[in-house]
Design a protein. Structure first.
Length: 282
């Protein structure tokens, strides 16, 4: 495992070659903005979810008449990535490993670029396989909330009626619970996460900001390429995950065919598909 550090005049970002996972975002004052991975709460910090975010019904999918097993959040989180390229303000990680549920030839790159107070996170998937295949991808970054989330709130770019699709194991039903109506501000509380995550399938906003009444520090996440947004933490944990996903969790009656599931992308040989979100440290 290698730790790679990239910098701008305002940010210092460290990424591990294991999982190509962000380990640290230090602001210009040396204050850590990422959760520290304390195993008491959760041993990860910012795993990449591929080729599925969340879980499949029956823990797998069907593609062109064949069944492929796939665990929740995919298979790449514990894998060692190749450090393909490093510059002062940019690092590129490459993964090509196959899985019994994903036996395709592909290049998955995670490209991290720091400019000023922004961290650009780009995932690029290139197919080298003769066969077409389908995939999705999602992010799971955990931001530090010292003292707990109860002093923090999520501010949406647009006024939202926040409809949460309740999780049933790894899946969701079709009913929704209204978390808030016609508001830009969602005060955080642990009650929301007694079962699991908040799952928003239909937010209008393409960006949200995490802020607190304790200080002026903020984290903004722009996710123009991801239609689904999840929020997650564990009881009394000092972090909140802001998770842009390209797909949503499977419904309890979801079809087995992966190309019938919302958010999954079909890719052909030689094609590259990129998805980007941007973390702004305020």
């Amino acid at each position: 495992m290698q730790l790679i550090t990239i910098k701008s005049e305002l940010l210092t970002v460290t990424i591990s070659s294991k999982g190509a996972e962000i380990q640290s975002i230090l602001d210009k004052d040396g204050i850590e903005r990422m959760y520290d991975g304390d195993p008491k709460f959760w041993a990860n910090r910012a795993p990449i979810l591929f080729p599925v975010a969340g879980g499949f019904k029956d823990d797998g999918y069907e593609w062109q008449g064949k069944w492929y097993p796939m665990p929740k959040h995919g298979f790449i989180r514990p894998l060692e990535w190749q450090v393909e390229d490093v510059k002062e303000n940019q690092a590129t990680f490459l993964l090509q490993e196959k899985h019994e549920g994903f036996p395709f030839d592909y290049d998955l790159r995670a490209i991290y670029t720091v400019e000023g107070n922004k961290l650009d996170v780009t995932y690029a998937v290139t197919s080298r396989d003769e066969r077409p295949f389908c995939f999705s991808i999602g992010s799971h970054e955990a931001y530090a909330t010292p003292g707990g989330i109860q002093d923090y709130e999520i501010v949406f770019d647009e006024a939202e009626t926040l409809l949460h699709s309740e999780l049933i194991g790894n899946l969701t039903g079709h009913n929704t619970v209204t978390i808030a109506e016609n508001t830009k501000v969602l005060p955080l509380k642990y009650d929301y996460f007694q079962v699991d995550a908040l799952v928003f399938r239909s937010v209008k906003s393409r960006g949200v900001t995490l802020r607190t009444n304790k200080n002026s520090r903020t984290i903004r996440v722009d996710f123009p390429d991801c239609p689904f947004l999840l929020l997650w933490t564990r009881p009394n944990a000092p972090y909140i995950c802001i998770e842009p996903w390209c797909n949503g969790p499977d419904f309890i009656d979801a079809p087995a065919a992966i190309d019938q599931k919302p958010g999954f992308m079909r890719i052909e040989k030689g094609q590259t598909i990129k998805k980007t979100h941007v973390i702004t440290v305020g």
